[in-house]
Design a protein around this ligand. Structure first.
Ligand SMILES: Cc1cc2nc3c(=O)[nH]c(=O)nc-3n(C[C@H](O)[C@H](O)[C@H](O)COP(=O)(O)OP(=O)(O)OC[C@H]3O[C@@H](n4cnc5c(N)ncnc54)[C@H](O)[C@@H]3O)c2cc1C
Length: 452
């Protein structure tokens, strides 16, 4: 396929979720492909995102599992937690995955180039002092954590560093209201740190269903996480004993070992030479692309976090598949971003797909809501005061289910199945005709009969 005018048919910048998938799939279609990676194979998700985070969530949940076991007759005395064991076992697993990614790329015939890449012009890429040319270039450098600039902000860490902390903090202040902040507050608290979650508005997880946000707030309070809403940090100072002293906007102070900012992620476009190649950016720094991920420069494409549509791994993977089909199979696919199911690995988990009640009421005139809350069967014997919450958002005119939302154990696992039903356009009548699996929590999604 290579017309030999260029070194490669496709040069990919960034071996993350989107870049690896696009490289492998394009090579499988016969393209001569290179991928440059500056930091870690597999990108954010594998190294400092989804994977290590989920391992930490599992680790943090043992805290409650040991307590809950007592009601089932187990004696669990002398339980203790060793941070270096969890941290280093996690790192070993990540290194194993790095190796798997390397083999996947090599076996697909993709040339792997270690180093940071930058565009020199429309068809030329520089990595260190080497120059490569390519017919097409895919820019997939992901996003990076954003920390606002304020006095002492250099003392704050982000999720990147949280995965590698030298010592586990006794007290942590997590700042932010998105899913990463909420998940890390649960991780730190579960692993035994006194945890404060600070957010500048009155309730976290903006954009999620209101009932879900309130349910999670109540459950996190039960777990003794100090939720400090409507708060901002104006200053952080490092004290002589290494502690961080935080000054809140009202002038009061609080000390902590660690302050972690999870206040959003921005497209990772710095130093890529995009301006030089003439690639247009949106106001928020994201690369502008059309339906086929083509940038303002016809042979340069971009996808994943850097285009800032949905910052999720499965979205980057789907975009990569769509791009390869378009470029190498002549089958343009317009990505369907509706009904993308997501989970928040908070404690307890959130699972959600489709419209929130608030969104549905803005778009439909006859919205019918079904909801239920109950104690999970497991906790009848454990004695834990934790509630499960489930909600269906239905269009009363067409009977179509517009949204499914849940807070509770395994919410992410349960919601993945519901997402198929929503994608297929299932009505509430079909949910009602579906026979439940008993005894599960999930069966409640097909047994809700009375509108709220
Ligand atoms: C803490 C955290 C938890 C997350 N949890 C989830 C989750 O549970 N589920 C989910 O779906 N998503 C989750 N995400 C989001 C997910 O990780 C991203 O959406 C996904 O990784 C985006 O893929 P990408 O290919 O766009 O970028 P990335 O995976 O970030 O890959 C980009 C790669 O490009 C490299 N790179 C950057 N610039 C250059 C350059 N100039 N030259 C060479 N290489 C370069 C980077 O080193 C990186 O490896 C999480 C993210 C974070 C931070």
């Amino acid at each position: 396929m290579n017309n030999r005018t260029y070194d490669f048919d496709l040069f990919v910048i960034g071996a993350g979720s989107g870049g690896v998938r696009a490289s492998r799939m394009a090579a499988a279609e016969g393209a001569k492909v290179a991928v440059a990676e500056g930091r870690f194979l597999g990108g954010t998700c594998v190294n400092v995102g989804c994977v290590p985070k989920k391992l930490f969530v599992y680790g943090a949940h043992y805290h409650e599992d040991f307590e809950d076991a007592k009601g089932y007759g187990w004696t669990v005395d002398g339980v203790s937690f060793d941070w270096p064991t969890l941290r280093d076992n996690k790192t070993r697993e990540i290194e194993r995955l790095n190796g798997i990614y390397e083999n996947l790329l090599k076996n697909a015939g993709v040339e792997l180039i270690a180093g940071y890449a930058a565009l020199v012009d429309q068809h030329t890429i520089a990595v260190g002092d080497k120059r490569y040319t390519a017919e097409r270039i895919l820019v997939a450098p992901g996003s990076k954590a954003f920390v606002p600039d304020f006095p002492g902000s250099e003392h704050a860490i982000t999720s990147d560093e949280a995965f590698y902390l030298e010592t586990f903090p006794k007290k942590v202040i997590v700042v932010g209201g998105g899913y990463i902040a909420v998940e890390f507050a649960g991780i730190f608290a579960g692993l035994g740190a006194e945890t404060v979650l600070s957010y500048r508005r009155d309730l976290f997880l903006r954009g999620f269903d209101g009932d879900i946000r309130e349910t999670l707030r109540d459950e996190m309070l039960k777990k003794h996480i100090n939720l400090n809403f409507n708060s901002t940090i104006s200053k952080i100072e490092k004290l002589s004993d290494g502690q961080l002293q935080v000054t809140w906007q009202d002038g009061s102070t609080e000390n902590a070992d660690t302050v972690m900012y999870a206040t959003g992620r921005v497209p990772n476009t710095k130093g890529l030479g995009l301006e030089q190649a003439g690639v247009a950016l949106a106001d928020n720094g994201a690369i502008k692309v059309d339906d086929n991920f083509q940038t303002s420069v016809p042979n340069i494409y971009a996808l994943g976090d850097v285009i800032d549509r949905f910052q999720l791994t499965p979205v980057a993977l789907a975009e990569a598949m769509a791009l390869v089909r378009y470029l190498y199979k002549g089958q343009p696919v317009v990505m369907d971003y509706s009904n993308i199911a997501t989970a928040v690995f908070s404690q307890p988990n959130i699972g959600t797909v489709g419209l929130t009640e608030e969104q549905a009421r803005g778009q439909y005139s006859n919205v019918v809501i079904y909801k239920t809350g109950f104690r999970h069967m497991k906790h009848t014997l454990s004695g834990r005061d934790e509630r499960v919450f489930m909600k269906l958002v239905v269009d009363g005119d067409s009977d179509r289910v517009l949204g499914c939302h849940m807070v509770g154990p395994d919410a992410g696992e349960i919601t993945q199945g519901l997402a198929i039903a929503l994608k297929a356009g299932a009505t509430k009548a079909i949910f009602d005709q579906t026979i439940g699996i008993h005894p599960t929590a999930a069966e409640e999604f097909v047994t809700m009969r009375t509108p709220a």
